[in-house]
Write a new protein. Structure first.
Length: 94
């Protein structure tokens, strides 16, 4: 697998997690698939940098506060952050 393929796979995985698990706008059930694309690369970079699930959750929270003025569901944010953190483990095993 090339570095470009690995990065593409990571960004696709991040996109899916943001849309299906985090989804503060509630679009995962039928909205545009690109709703959170502005956050995919920064979140993928956090994953590549080995940031913890807690650090990723803090970043997602900062997005919620900045864009919607109040945080959304902690469980959804923390679950998304946990899954994003698991991508780090998967990347190390490749």
């Amino acid at each position: 697998m090339t570095a470009k393929q690995a990065t593409s796979g990571l960004t696709n995985a991040v996109r899916k997690i943001l849309l299906r698990e985090w989804d503060p706008c509630g679009v995962g059930g039928g909205g545009p698939d690109d709703e959170y694309d502005d956050y995919v690369l920064p979140v993928a970079q956090l994953v590549m940098d080995g940031k913890s699930a807690s650090e990723i959750a803090d970043y997602l929270l900062s997005i919620e506060i900045r864009n919607w003025l109040s945080p959304f569901d902690d469980r959804e944010r923390n679950r998304a952050a946990h899954l994003l953190g698991q991508l780090q483990v998967h990347r190390r095993l490749e």
